[in-house]
Design a protein around this ligand. Structure first.
Ligand code: ADP
Length: 239
């Protein structure tokens, strides 16, 4: 057993933070919080605190990156030095490069990039406080920031993870569950078409467990989608 590892992660059918297996941590999203960005969103999801800002469509620098027939979408995921318990060394690392890439792939599928040739749409995701599930938090917030910027999109992109903890398939792992659980499966979807734009897996599932976790993660994404829509409705009204 590792230092700090709890003896059990599931006690009397409940998780250590008291949640049911299919229960999300509390989520709050506010759209349009930054004056100088074209679009922005602030999200709190359990112990995660995330700011997403979006700029564009705007001129591309360096110019050779511009595409004649579409906009390019660029995403940067960054964890603040103070976002985790041990200070994180500032600047990009392998993990942030990977998360930036999968975030771009999760989002670019819905953005109508062909409407804005020779431009760039830039998305910055700053993790101010981390408590597992920051890539899902980042994608969820960034998608609201893109909508807040008025960038035409086919859909919002909610994201949510499911995993295996103490032998049980559970939704939305917190940091203790992520550190000491058996598996984690972050998923992002486009709710209208039901496409999956992010699917990663850390740890091991049997085939049956994978299917159960995948379905649970999609259920989670649908709940997250409602919260995204509420945030935009609160700012802009409408149905
Ligand atoms: P995600 O945040 O998407 O779940 P990971 O599985 O890579 O991505 O990370 C899980 C959690 O581990 C993070 O949310 C964060 O709480 C913690 N973590 C990640 N990187 C660091 C780091 N450099 N130092 C301390 N904790 C970290």
């Amino acid at each position: 057993m590792k230092v700090g590892e709890p003896e059990r992660l599931i006690i009397d059918g409940k998780r250590l933070d008291g949640r049911a297996f299919d229960e999300l941590r509390p989520i709050k999203i506010e759209a349009g919080v930054l004056k100088r960005a074209d679009g922005s969103a602030y999200l709190e999801w359990g112990g995660n605190k995330v700011m997403a800002a979006c700029y564009g469509p705007r001129e591309v620098h360096p110019r050779h990156l511009a595409r004649p027939d579409s906009a390019i979408l660029r995403c940067i995921y960054n964890m603040a030095a103070f976002s985790v318990s041990d200070r994180k060394r500032p600047g990009p690392d392998r993990r942030s490069v990977e998360i930036s890439k999968v975030t771009r792939e999760a989002l670019e599928h819905v953005v109508f990039t062909h409407l804005f040739p020779r431009t760039a749409i830039d998305v910055f995701i700053e993790i101010l406080q981390a408590n597992a599930g920051t890539r899902c938090s980042g994608i969820t917030a960034a998608s609201v920031a893109l909508a807040d910027a008025g960038i035409p999109m086919a859909d919002l992109v909610p994201a949510c993870a499911a995993g295996k903890v103490g032998g049980e398939i559970v939704l939305d792992l917190n940091d203790v569950e992520d550190n000491y659980g058996e598996a984690d499966l972050p998923v992002a979807i486009t709710p209208k078409k039901g496409e999956v734009t992010l699917l990663q897996m850390d740890g091991n599932f049997t085939r049956e467990e994978f299917e159960k976790a995948f379905k649970l993660a999609i259920k989670g994404c649908k709940k997250v989608h409602k919260i995204q829509k509420e945030a935009l409705r609160k700012k802009y009204g409408g149905t």
